[in-house]
Design a protein around this ligand. Structure first.
Ligand SMILES: [Zn+2]
Length: 443
């Protein structure tokens, strides 16, 4: 009997280790809180990064900040045999017609692209913001350190480029510093439009905006919880899609929501100490972020963010009033927490960049039957497919079945009415695409 147990145990270990990938643990190890701190300090030291601030000085203002970010990406690139294509993408905004634009200016994003080996035109994007603001967003000369909002997201993006540039990916990765966020999401709008014009096939954007504060205005101190914001369904869906949803479901299953679930699942698997909190909204109540312009054009996009904000430390001039110290200064940033949230990005960017494309068409059927049938288009590079399902009230894909390299399958004993379903592609190293909610009905 003993002889049998040993090989069985070995088999069990082999199978269980196949659920996770060592490369992801290596990436977790590689992200540095110290480098994030240094980069936030450098960004803060530009005094203000208001989009309309000085562009000539080499020590102060948005111009100096974006030149430094570009040179940082170029340094990273030279350390990986020029694996990054680094460039400015810019759009001109005018005072006329824009209430929050103090003068005409170029809104300049800094883009670094790490081309994929197999699907160079498929992109997963990570963004932070270059720009900052004080109490009055029109005021562009006063100090506005923007340490948490949003040097933290920018530093996290640069650090992720450092870590992931050591690897080769099948899909392309874009690391980008966006500008003009505070006056109207101009930089994100410009890049989303550029992406559409270039015909980029976008897997999604992970927008990082404020990833370094653990002390909330509500008094809660929490260095483990963070938020993933996602809109329920695409903003540009058609009237027909909306009508079909009433009868076939999908109210909480748009592409951005699937991306949010993907991030939630990856974190639960690889960073069990963290507490990812999916928020079922586009963004905070009545407020915005740079994932939105991508959502507007129908791209999947989410916002990754601290769980507890502190409003005396964002969008505030540095001052003291009634014993309260206002201002977004570096003293309030927790670098270990920023490191954790950067790691959340890095492992998800890597997983998605190593995964095959998701199936485009997924058909589902099973009306008045004790089983559910599926049919999907096979995708190049997938070794198999996984069917996911969940109770209609559950936020996460709780049940799954790997069905191998087939393009149709019947789940027996499951009644279609009582669950939501989806399908993901699985690549040879076990990396999965986001789940695709069925988009076609079979009779
Ligand atoms: Zn802000």
């Amino acid at each position: 009997m003993k002889k049998l147990i040993f090989p069985l145990l070995l088999l069990f270990i082999t199978i269980s280790s196949a659920q996770t990938n060592q490369k992801i643990y290596d990436i977790i190890e590689a992200v540095s809180a110290e480098r994030i701190e240094n980069d936030i300090q450098t960004l803060v030291d530009f005094g203000t990064r208001n989009t309309f601030s000085d562009t000539i000085s080499n020590t102060r203002g948005i111009g100096a900040a974006r030149r430094w970010i570009k040179s940082e990406f170029e340094t990273i690139s030279s350390d990986c045999k020029n694996c990054l294509e680094v460039f400015y993408q810019k759009d001109f905004v005018t005072k006329e017609g824009n209430k929050r634009v103090p003068h005409d200016a170029w809104v300049v994003n800094v883009v670094a692209i790490q081309k994929g080996t197999k699907y160079p035109n498929r992109y997963i994007i990570m963004s932070g913001d270059i720009d900052s603001r004080g109490s009055d967003t029109m005021e562009f000369t006063k100090d506005a350190p923007g340490a948490n909002d949003n040097a933290s997201g920018m530093a996290g993006t640069i650090e992720t480029a450092r870590v992931l540039s050591k690897y080769k990916f099948e899909n392309s990765i874009i690391y980008v510093g966006l500008s003009g966020e505070e006056q109207g999401l101009f930089g994100g709008g410009g890049l989303a439009k550029y992406a559409k014009e270039q015909g980029w096939d976008i897997i999604g954007i992970l927008n990082n905006d404020m990833i370094g504060n653990i002390t909330g205005v509500d008094g809660v101190i929490d260095n483990r919880t963070f938020r993933i914001f996602s809109e329920p369904v695409p903003a540009n869906e058609t009237e027909r899609e909306r009508t079909l949803r009433r009868f076939y479901g999908g109210e909480v299953d748009g592409i951005s929501r699937q991306l949010a679930r993907y991030v939630h699942k990856t974190v639960k698997t690889y960073m069990p100490e963290m507490n990812p909190m999916m928020i079922y909204r586009l963004d905070r109540f009545g407020r915005g972020g740079h994932h939105r312009p991508f959502n507007d054009l129908g791209f999947a996009g989410i916002r990754i963010m601290e769980a507890h904000e502190n409003y005396t430390q964002q969008h505030q001039d540095i001052r003291e009033e009634n014993g309260i110290k206002y201002g977004d200064v570096i003293e309030h940033v927790n670098f270990e927490y920023a490191q954790k949230l950067t790691t959340v990005n890095a492992i998800n960017m890597a997983s998605l960049a190593w995964a095959p494309p998701a199936p485009k068409t997924v058909a589902i059927g099973g009306i008045v039957e004790p089983s559910v049938k599926f049919k999907w288009d096979k995708v190049e590079g997938a070794v198999g497919y996984k069917i996911y399902w969940r109770n209609t009230t559950s936020p996460t894909w709780d049940n799954s079945r790997y069905v191998g390299d087939v393009s149709e399958f019947m789940l027996d004993g499951i009644v279609i009415d009582n669950y939501f379903f989806g399908i993901a592609s699985v690549g040879k190293d076990g990396f999965e695409s986001p789940v695709v909610f069925p988009n076609k009905i079979m009779r």
